[in-house]
Design a protein around this ligand. Structure first.
Ligand SMILES: [Zn+2]
Length: 414
């Protein structure tokens, strides 16, 4: 049922970025795909992958090797058939352009784990990892059967399909469309996360869109009001988009069913050139459990539990490290100086969910099947570490202070 033993722990102040581009440590390289020459690593040691995967080949040319919206739909519905409904696929809503958004559910346990990918459409590794996880969790093995008795897994593998089809960060929606949906916003300024200029090589001038991952509000019943626009990254969002409304509505349905959404994991990508601490090794993925400065958002605190989020991150870390050295061992802690209540993670954390961010290196890259397979496996491994430790409650035995010992991410300077 609901977690009751975890207590909230205060965060620190400061405000910066999440998942790239919008705000960065001073002097750092741009996160997510760099439009200019990639940064030279600042640290001394040289990784065998540097030059090959960081500097030369990070363009958006690899989308064909990733799942399209239609392919994902085929895979999900086939999985539902093959498992005779052990995996249950539902349509939770439509995107702004009318594409279906699916959830896939497996298990009957009384703790629910909500997993999401592709809220940014050019961050596709998590979608593949979620399909693998669903297959694993729906097997006939004793371990899988036990897992299904312990937890309920709900995966939304492509939350923002319009962005996925365009292979870009933002959705496909204009401010005029928003105002048509919310007439009370006529005359308000478009929000700060509205893209109308070229960005990351994508043409938002002719096809504008919004960063959906800034549209969340910790008050899940919030109604958009003109006075809250254009807002800033330190303010909550507004639920003005079908994509954020879809996952918000699924979240509140799960709250009604389970009492609380125990765990929420959001799967992202970041720039390709970041390093693990001072090792000089390229980051395979960065983890984080901290997205808001809780002291500035106490009015929205409905069970914020940073310590539990840290334990969940340690569970992912241990599963990855158990696979041995590089690339699975190259895990870093994402920038902790963020304050982003408008993100899904920030909003759901304030509602009492344990939260984990995965930031895999590289956007929709074309590094070949082997590297892609490694990155997908890394995400799947970390996810499985979280799921199994929640299932058997071993997450409660993990030491949250180990989270603070994860090597920081080093952001090379241009
Ligand atoms: Zn992202």
């Amino acid at each position: 049922m609901s977690r009751s033993t975890h207590r909230a722990v205060g965060g620190s102040t400061l405000a910066l970025a999440l998942c790239a581009t919008l705000a960065l440590p001073a002097g750092s390289a741009p996160l997510e795909r760099s439009s200019g020459p990639a940064a030279a690593p600042a640290s001394p040691a040289a990784s065998s992958l540097q030059g090959q995967s960081c500097n030369d080949n990070t363009g958006d040319t690899g989308s064909n090797s990733w799942l399209s919206h239609a392919e994902l739909g085929d895979r999900l519905h086939r999985l539902e058939q093959q498992t005779r409904g052990t995996v249950q696929v539902d349509t939770i809503g439509q995107s702004n352009q009318g594409r279906d958004v699916w959830s896939a559910r497996v298990g009957q346990g009384d703790k629910v784990i909500l997993l999401q990918s592709e809220i940014h459409g050019n961050e596709k590794t998590g979608t593949h990892a979620l399909l693998s996880l669903l297959k694993e969790a729906s097997k006939n093995s004793p371990q899988a059967k036990q897992l299904r008795e312990q937890v309920t897994i709900v995966a939304v593998p492509q939350l923002n399909p319009d962005a996925s089809e365009l292979d870009r960060r933002a959705n496909d929606r204009t401010w005029d469309e928003v105002v048509a949906d919310f007439p009370q916003l006529a005359g308000a300024n478009a929000p700060w996360n509205y893209y109308t200029q070229p960005r990351q090589g994508d043409d938002y001038a002719s096809q504008p869109g919004f960063d959906v991952n800034r549209d969340f509000h910790p008050d899940l019943d919030y109604v958009p009001s003109a006075q809250d626009f254009p807002g800033t990254s330190a303010d909550p969002g507004w639920y003005i988009h079908p994509e954020s409304q879809n996952i918000r509505d699924l979240y509140t349905d799960l709250q009604a069913e389970f009492g609380t959404v125990d765990t929420f994991v959001d799967l992202h990508h970041q720039g390709p050139c970041y390093l693990v601490g001072d090792t000089g090794e390229e980051v395979t993925l960065s983890l984080s459990g901290k997205f808001v400065d809780i002291e500035n958002h106490t009015q929205y605190d409905k069970g914020y539990d940073l310590e539990y989020s840290k334990r969940l991150n340690v569970a992912a870390l241990d599963a990855l490290r158990a696979r041995g050295n590089s690339p699975f061992g190259n895990i870093s802690l994402y920038n902790q100086e963020v304050n982003l209540p408008g993100t899904a993670l920030g909003s759901f954390a304030l509602n009492g969910s344990g939260t984990v961010l995965f930031e895999v290196r590289g956007q929709t890259q074309s590094w070949g099947a082997k590297k892609k397979g490694q990155l997908v496996k890394a995400v799947e491994t970390g996810l499985m570490g979280i799921v199994t430790s929640v299932a058997d409650d071993s997450v409660d035995e993990l030491d949250p202070t180990r989270y603070d010992d994860i090597p920081p991410t080093t952001y090379p300077r241009n």
